[in-house]
Ligand binder design. Sequence first.
Ligand SMILES: [Mg+2]
Length: 388
Amino acid sequence: MKIADIVTRSVKLEGAISNAVVSFDDHDVSLVAVVSDVVRNGRPVAGIGFNSIGRYAQHGILSTRIRPRILNAAPDSLLDESRTRFDPARIYAAAMKNEKPGGHGDRASAVGALELAIWDLNAKLDDRPAYAAVAEAFGRTVAAARVPVYAAGGYYYASGGGRTLRDELQGYRDQGFDAFKIKVGGADAAEDLARIEEALAVAGAGSRLAVDANGRFGLHDALTFGQSIAGYGLRWYEEVGDPLDFALNQALTHNYDGAIATGENLFSLQDVRNLLNFGGMRPGRDIFQMDAGLSYGLTEYGRIIDLLERRGYSREQVFPHGGHLINLHIVAGLGLGGCEAYPGVFKPFGGFPPSCPVVDGTVWPSDAPGFGLEEMPGIAAAISDLLG
Ligand SMILES: [Mg+2]
């Protein structure tokens, strides 16, 4: 058994929205297919992955560095002991040949897209859903409980523009969500506090509403805004300052009693170790949002979860960034705290297919083979395009 080819395409995100820092207008995603030499129903079995949402496709790194390394490796060196599956850890190592340590940026999401495609491929070879393959690989039994999800969005609307924040959140509630996250930091504090009040009218309680500053605040603004929202008892206060400003994060944990959330812009085990060493994250309280698609894939992600547990944190404190089907399978397979969801935005990758309805704020992956990305009509079209 061997990898016959790796093909990739950059797929544009739909939906021109912005947060406090970036516009998603020109963002795209790397869709990757790892094509095996196993033929079923007249077609080679292919694993599909992508590098999450909210950044850029990595066509150059995938095509000129990673693809040749994998295709030139001895085929047997990429298989696990059973010789019936590809070994994600060995493929991750092969993809990193000649790469220096550190500098975990775009490379981490290029490798992530490839490595996740291997998990999809293995699950398809076994004709089972990815969450079952993930659970087995990490020695877990799949819990019967459904995955708690929250609707992320809460963007800024021009006053007098018709649609309001309240309309947006009520739309999510009508779809079955009972927890929400809105943006802050993109307006002055008075307007953001008014937006929080508006959102609370739909969410019903602070424990059902999180706020995300997208790294916008310096230390002074982080602490001041934290003081002004302390009374709401919000679910969490997310990515308050620069993701690598661990001193700011630590100061915040000393001055803000509610949960804080961060990690979506940490792309490696070492970056997370630094967060734990210097960022003040509190066991049993704060939230970790690392995303396998942005951080070398599930092999590295598993090592991150292992580190968190060894340092006294619970996997229930982990809510991966992303809001898509791959992370839903990962959360279900690893028994993490829950999952972000992006209903209605970041198409075609955001949200879940009709086979995975949101019920009382929870969702469960379907039993389609692999990640079931073929059940998302927009992704299915891009996959057909990619595989020809
Ligand atoms: Mg965020």
